[in-house]
Design a protein around this ligand. Structure first.
Ligand SMILES: [Zn+2]
Length: 387
């Protein structure tokens, strides 16, 4: 890869700069030769009245803005790194936002001439890189490790940029998509940072037992993203049809995997709804997010619920009860040790040598209270396993 260090002034870079309000990105510079925000880059996110202002403050103090990288693409240039900074300066110079100077709000137009000149003539250090696509992309990965990191999906979008990514973003990264509201009940993340797209890809790739990278590589040149959309919609519609009440705990679950595992099983929505409600109200269920898969699994995966164990007070009471009884009868205070012939049949365990067990298993309706609590020596409790 060939790199050339160049010096540009802010004025040169911003020649022909346009900020597209609709798409939220800065478009061109260097008289049209420079593409500031290529398709694969993220939206302009510095426009928060802090980071954009900080860029202008730096210029006015004469601080360097840091290295900027362009990719040489035939006769045009694309910003690989630095588009947030360039767009901030461009928007300021076009009067899109103001800064505070000595307590007064100032736009570019209202600044004194020497300040304007300072910004206009500030030098930007730019590395122009020329190389094969894979070299540029590998290196783009590297420079993004420092500075404001891209999300994984933003990186993938840059690596696999093409018609498929464009079509997929139209569906999953479009904040005007009317489906987003419904999706947000089940999927966590910011569509503008490609996090919904990441979930959609994870699901479809998971269903085909391949990595997201492999899926993107295979579909990179597709002109549409139909399969991705169809699969994502199937998963969402399935969840929506079996769990009729929405809980916040449903957000961000692995619905793609659950769909693959359970969508061929028949469920009765009305009884599932009731079962979810009961478990949500059950205080001994510690992991409410586990409820959905627990029910899908036909209540076989009890461990998903992290059913709360007996509290210390209950354990102590059960221990005292069993130990008093054991001292009277001269047998062990472990209910199992005392009833089978073994070396520990008369052993009195200390409380820290014992664990609490549900007499009637929680999954069979047993409560986590004293009436259902039995202390067992550790080996016997472990031997009983998770009932
Ligand atoms: Zn025992």
């Amino acid at each position: 890869m060939k790199t050339t260090l160049r010096h540009y002034t802010v004025e040169e870079i911003l020649e022909g700069f346009v900020f597209n309000e609709l798409e939220g990105k800065g478009l061109f510079g260097l008289g049209g030769k420079l593409v500031i925000q290529p398709e694969y880059q993220r939206y302009y996110i510095y426009g928060d009245g802090k980071r954009d202002v900080a860029v202008i403050d730096s210029l006015l103090k004469g601080y360097p803005l840091g290295l900027i990288y362009f990719n040489v693409n035939g006769s045009s240039l694309e910003v690989l790194d630095g588009q947030q900074r360039i767009t901030s300066v461009g928007r300021f110079v076009r009067g899109k936002f103001a800064i505070q100077v000595d307590g007064n709000e100032q736009t570019y137009g209202s600044l004194p001439q020497n300040s304007k000149d300072l910004i206009r003539t500030s030098e930007l250090l730019v590395y122009e890189c020329e190389g094969t696509e894979s070299e540029i992309k590998e290196w783009f990965r590297t420079i993004n490790i420092v500075g404001l990191p891209l999300t994984d999906q933003e990186l993938l979008n840059s690596i696999y940029s093409g018609p498929f990514i464009t079509a997929a973003k139209e569906e999953f990264s479009n904040s005007n998509n009317a489906n987003l509201q419904k999706w947000s009940s089940y999927v966590r993340g910011d569509p503008r940072r490609q996090e919904v797209l990441a979930v959609a890809l994870e699901w479809v790739a998971g269903a085909q037992d391949i990595t997201i990278d492999a899926y993107l590589a295979a579909h990179r040149n597709d002109r549409h993203a139909k399969e991705l959309k169809t699969y994502f919609t199937s998963v969402i519609d399935w969840v929506d049809s079996i769990f009729t009440v929405i809980y916040k705990e449903m957000r961000g679950l692995e619905w793609g995997r659950l769909y693959e595992e359970y969508h061929t099983t028949t469920y009765k929505a009305s009884s599932l709804t009731k079962a979810v409600e009961d478990l949500m109200n059950d205080e001994s269920v510690d992991n409410k997010r586990g409820i959905f898969e627990y029910l899908l699994s036909g209540k076989s995966k009890t461990e998903l619920l992290a059913v709360r164990l007996f509290d210390e007070k209950t354990k102590k009471a059960a221990y005292n009860r069993q130990t008093a009884d054991a001292e009277k009868t001269g047998k062990s205070n472990c209910s199992v040790c005392k009833s089978v012939k073994n070396a520990n049949q008369t052993r009195i365990y200390k409380i820290n040598e014992m664990e609490a067990d549900h007499v009637t298993a929680w999954s069979k309706g047993g409560q986590s209270d004293l009436s259902n609590c039995e202390m067992l020596c550790i080996p016997h409790n472990r031997a009983k396993g998770n009932r």
